[in-house]
Design a protein around this ligand. Structure first.
Ligand SMILES: [Zn+2]
Length: 235
């Protein structure tokens, strides 16, 4: 194999690994955001359940106050009843007091309903808090894992980039330019094998002279169709 091609193949192998590492590093922020979202979601859910609990409690307090006000009202009516001598007025006050009693009954029924709701809400808050604790633990674990992964990838990338510089140093500048252009424009395959007289990049049949030049390996030969650099792959 032509020495230039041999060197370029090493370069291409490193460039592919560099490209793959960069792609992996590029998704890291998305992975991190996924973890953050998980935690934010669990926190918001817990807060929402707690808020619902507080609202039930506020409503219950309000009913309690309403009932107390009605009882005070009944006491007032009873007081007034003691002071009146008119039968009609006495009856009217009795009716008012009875109406208040009936209203208190309704309020107390609603209070009971709310107490049941409060119990259920307490359970929902408990569930949400457990979910939040799990999300926190998962977040901590996975964040650390992600940090370690990113760090490892960056170390590999630095190593590979150093190796790449080393292997590029020995290659003719024009040839390196051509390679770089092809690598960027031909989906990471600047140099491909010729097998059964077909280009390994574009899969088109090559002319006999191109095949012969590739086989002879005296100069760098390009595909007649896609322009990729070729080496002879048939044994
Ligand atoms: Zn081709």
């Amino acid at each position: 194999m032509l020495k230039d091609i041999e060197n370029l193949l090493i370069l291409q192998d490193r460039d592919r690994k560099i490209r793959a590492l960069k792609a992996e590093l590029k998704v890291a922020p998305t992975e991190r955001k996924g973890l953050e979202d998980l935690l934010t979601g669990a926190t918001a859910k817990t807060e929402a359940e707690k808020q619902k609990g507080r609202e039930i409690e506020v409503e219950r307090k309000k009913l309690e106050n309403d009932a107390r006000a009605k009882r005070d009202q009944i006491a007032k009516y009873n007081q007034q009843k003691l002071q009146t001598r008119k039968n009609e007025e006495y009856q009217a006050l009795t009716n008012e007091a009875n109406r208040c009693e009936a209203e208190i009954q309704g309020i107390e029924d609603r209070e009971l309903g709310l107490m049941e709701q409060a119990e259920q809400q307490k359970a929902a808050v408990g569930d949400a808090e457990r979910g939040l604790a799990e999300a926190k633990a998962l977040h901590a674990r996975q964040s650390q894992h992600l940090d370690e992964k990113i760090q490892a990838l960056q170390v590999q990338l630095t190593d590979l980039e150093a190796q790449r510089s080393g292997s590029a140093a020995g290659i003719d500048e024009d040839l390196l330019d051509t390679y770089n252009r092809l690598f960027a424009s031909k989906h990471d395959s600047a140099i491909v094998a010729v097998e059964h007289e077909v280009c390994g990049g574009c899969h088109m049949k090559l002319t006999p002279s191109t095949v012969a030049k590739t086989k002879a390996a005296k100069t760098v030969t390009h595909c007649d169709h896609c322009g990729r650099m070729l080496y002879y792959g048939d044994v």
